[in-house]
Design a protein around this ligand. Structure first.
Ligand SMILES: [Zn+2]
Length: 75
């Protein structure tokens, strides 16, 4: 049974290289039983979606320009 440190480091490595079957199985088993690593996995998924959106030039849909500009004080 792998510990949380092994599990999170495997999840990071999975972004850079394909995991072996044994690694995938033991990671999956750990995540099923560990709520902390489930959260980590979900957060990593969100982060990856955001990174992908940036890479595709869709950042403007995530960060609205109007929210950054100062409010119009003339009115
Ligand atoms: Zn864990």
């Amino acid at each position: 049974m792998m510990n949380c440190r092994d599990a999170t480091s495997l999840m990071s490595e999975a972004q850079e290289r394909p995991l072996s079957i044994a690694e995938r199985v033991s990671l999956k088993l750990h995540v099923i039983m560990c709520s902390g690593c489930q959260n980590f996995k979900n957060q990593m998924g969100t982060l990856r979606l955001m990174t992908r959106a940036y890479a595709k030039g869709e950042a403007s849909t995530l960060i609205c320009k109007d929210n950054i500009e100062p409010m119009d004080k003339s009115s």
